[in-house]
Design a protein around this ligand. Sequence first.
Ligand SMILES: Nc1ncnc2c1ncn2[C@@H]1O[C@H](COP(=O)(O)OP(=O)(O)OP(=O)(O)O)[C@@H](O)[C@H]1O
Length: 645
Amino acid sequence: MWRIYAEYGRENVGDAVLGTVMALFSRALGLVPALVLGLAIDAVLLGTRPFRLPLVPDGLIPGTPAGQLWFAVALLVTATLVGAAGSWLQSYGWNKFAQNIQHALRVDTYERLQLQDRAFFDQSRTGELLSVLNNDVNQLESFLTDGLSSALRLLALLVGVGLVMTVLNPWLALVSLAAVPVLGVFTLLFVRRVQPKYARMRESVGALNARLENNVGGIEVIKTEGAEAHEVGRVRDASRSYLDTNWDAITTRITFFPGLSVLSGLSFALTFAVGAFWVLNGPPWFFRGTVSPGEFVTFMLYTQQFIWPLAQFGQIVNSYQLAKASSERVYGLLNADRSVRERADPVALAEVTGRVDYEGVTFGYDDAGDPGESFLGDESVLRDDPDDAGESVDPVLRDVSFTIPAGDTLGVVGPTGSGKSTLVKLLVRLYDAGEGTVRVDGHDVRDLSLESLRRAVGYVSQEPFLFYGTIRENIAYGTFDATDAAVEAAARRAAAHEFVENLPDGYDTVVGERGVRLSGGQRQRIALARAFLKDPAILVLDEATSHVDTETEAIIQRSLREVAADRTTIAIAHRLSTVKDADEILVLEGGRVVERGTHADLLAMDGLYANLWRVQAGDFDDLPDSFFEDAIARRAAIEGNATTD
Ligand SMILES: Nc1ncnc2c1ncn2[C@@H]1O[C@H](COP(=O)(O)OP(=O)(O)OP(=O)(O)O)[C@@H](O)[C@H]1O
């Protein structure tokens, strides 16, 4: 928590100083009424001491009792009004301080989150991340606004009122101040008990958010599977877990506050008893001196000002503990380690020719960061099944080597789960290869600046993501300064222009969250248009046309021939006709390159590719029995693998 003050407080220190000065000022003014009241009783009503006030010249004080009374009233009113203005400025300063810090922290945390590698997101639950970015950052508000200012006010009180009380009557002050160490010990006990409870409570908020976010995202499956009751049960469990952890913290907290009040009340009663005895019978025990009724009233009012805020100390400690639990989660995210990092002095690719080399590349998803480590520590609820954490899985790519000369097209085919998508994810460094090297234009991708690497590569994934917004915004995503004409030209190439034109608002049609208002094939064409508009040196198409009908695909293929003519292209496809004209085709099986060559070479080899080609041509009769046996074995291997993932 203190780190937040150190790192973010500096820029907003002016607001904090304003808040603090005003807090102390209004607190000091708060001392005036009691002093004036006690003086008025003794000087005006009882006439036992002269009407004199510290810091006020005697010349200003009226000589008659009536004048003194009105003077006292005027002082009371002025102190109240000026105190209120001071307290407004205090709130203004501290609220501004808190809001600005939260804003900066939220943006920094998001920026840091964006830098995380893909493996981090694979291991994290979206709802949990949102919970940290939102709930935990917001949770800091109460302490940032009030915590430090209240603590400072309290300190000023302890010192200020304590001093005044000591000056007024040191013996009686001793009786009142005796409560301080007792309350301190009591508070310490509370902190020890409540701190782990708050940490658990914040975790269960995260888990509940993750569950809710997951369910809203998966609403279609929930409905089509008729799983509503099942999901209500799971949400109930997550909510119950939050309720239980929160209730546990609440019961501790609600015992603490009355406990503090009792201790404060006892201390107040003790001071009253000793003081009243003193007024009536003279000093008790070894105490010395006299106490007038007016002094006694002043003293009791100060004691009240001193004791009850001490009880409020509990509130500060409580909001500190809550904020601490949240700040630990925020810093957990800010400090989370990354495996994909940029070198200190990365090479920026300027003129990209587009040569790509893979050299002995081996990769397994357990290379991509230890799934057992979470940014929230061991007790994280990020993983559904923590027992699986850290389990080693077989490499997904094994010793893969190939070269794509600049401007060539590489087709990648192979059975499902053979590692095709993984292969291209290493090119854009969504993950880093465990062994071996991936090079672009002769540079190891790990030496390149991520910005220049990703600018050089246009990547259309299997399930493209569209943002909530218009079609135009989605196509121009990443090429934010594109003109409308360029957007339209890219859409034409991706065979998207016609359907976009037929939408009610054309390019200004809002696609809904994740593009839900479009069909899968339409989404793919928007993503293709996005890549065409980016005009990268290397184009990666991962099943980029799998959802479009064959007729539309033919149109896209015609454009692609033109688009791919002068740039390096990697095309992954199940539909072999898509890659038939590639300069080279790699056939992956179980993460290994098992065949390579042109379409004609591969047919001539009469291996896996030739058999897959027969399958797609519908020539099942020409397939050897070994093809089916291998396919069944492959399925079993993939499914076996999936259960250990
Ligand atoms: N994020 C991930 N974490 C762990 N394992 C993964 C992850 N993504 C993929 N895998 C596993 O890696 C293997 C290869 O997956 P990949 O997506 O590269 O295959 P693919 O050949 O592209 O399959 P498809 O043709 O079905 O798209 C699969 O066994 C898959 O279960």
